[in-house]
Design a protein around this ligand. Structure first.
Ligand code: PDD
Length: 297
């Protein structure tokens, strides 16, 4: 395993949370159990969110909950609790794990719940909602200074990538391929068009203009992506939410990826080719600094 792979993996050794929120109550981690026939398990019939907390404050929780609801609706699932209950549950889970003032990540998952295995949807679903919280500091700070490497890989995922589905096997396999190639992220390319990363959205800079794949069913509409678009609008940096090709990516002046854990991360090498000077570019750095200001002020 090479350097960036190791860096990534070294973050994988983490303590178990004490308490998990499960269908309305806080339970000890070992007692948070689901049925072997939970449709999340048998059909990946579930949706999720990852929310970042800075000093205990969830970042853009409303946007995340709205996206959770959209994802649920797209798979014909009703959230089992209203937003207020889920928000309180997030705070309770953070507090129960002594993370109420910490930098943390919150994972919320809703599945269609237990039902005898059958392709048709259960008539009377009993969704499973759980929330787990963990300390999270994000990628090592030096990666933001040096930038990271990426590979591209064919986007063989389904055509519903706007749904934050738990069915992430292809994302997972692509990420593993990136790590094993000494890279931080794998960037999906669908029929020659660059879509997004395995757990990030992607921007390229060309002529001081930001390019990113348009919203639609081939990318997830990232919360970080929309924050970056707001920053660009404020700073008068033009944005083209238009499709671009693998050749455009390779020839970009700057590239960066965005995501809840990743925030704004410069990408300085793709498929073994240097991007621009091989160092984080000016526009990327402006975006990174401005994004950090959103949660530090
Ligand atoms: N992933 N695209 C995909 C496929 C993603 O899985 C993610 C986030 C993003 C970025 O979205 P946001 O800025 O809202 O985090 C884009 C989360 C972090 C995950 O699966 O762990």
């Amino acid at each position: 395993m090479n350097e960036q792979g190791l860096l990534e993996y070294s973050q994988g050794v983490i303590d178990l949370p004490e308490v998990v929120y499960m269908n309305g109550s806080l339970v000890p981690y070992n007692q948070a159990l689901v049925s072997v026939e939970d449709r999340g398990f048998t059909f990946a019939d579930g949706v999720y969110e990852v929310i970042r907390c800075y000093g205990g404050s969830p970042f853009r929780m409303t946007e995340h909950l709205e996206r959770l609801q959209k994802s649920a609706k797209a798979i014909r699932l009703d959230l089992p609790f209203p937003f207020e209950t889920i928000s309180s549950a997030v705070q309770e889970t953070l507090a129960a794990n002594s993370l109420e003032k910490a930098d943390a990540a919150v994972y919320i998952q809703v599945t269609r719940g237990p039902a005898p295995r059958a392709h048709a949807l259960p008539v009377d679903p009993r969704p499973t909602l759980y929330i787990i919280t963990r300390p999270e500091k994000g990628p090592r700070p030096e990666l933001r200074k040096t930038g990271v490497k990426a590979i591209t890989t064919e986007d063989l995922r389904w055509h519903m990538c706007h749904i934050k589905s738990t069915g992430l096997l292809l994302n997972s396999l692509a990420k593993q391929k990136a790590l094993e190639s000494g890279c931080y992220e794998a960037i999906f390319v669908r029929e020659g068009i660059v879509t997004e990363g395995t757990s990030s959205n992607l921007f390229v800079v060309k002529d001081r203009t930001l390019w990113t794949h348009p919203e639609g069913n081939h990318i997830l509409s990232g919360v970080t992506r929309s924050a970056v678009l707001e920053i660009a609008a404020e700073k008068g940096i033009p944005v083209k939410a238009e499709k671009f090709t693998l050749a455009d990516l390779h020839q970009a002046e700057e590239v960066f990826i965005t995501g809840t854990i990743t925030e704004v991360m410069p990408v300085v090498e793709i498929d073994g080719r240097l991007i621009g000077t091989g160092k984080p570019g000016e526009v990327t750095q402006i975006m990174g600094r401005s994004f950090a200001r959103l949660y530090t002020t």
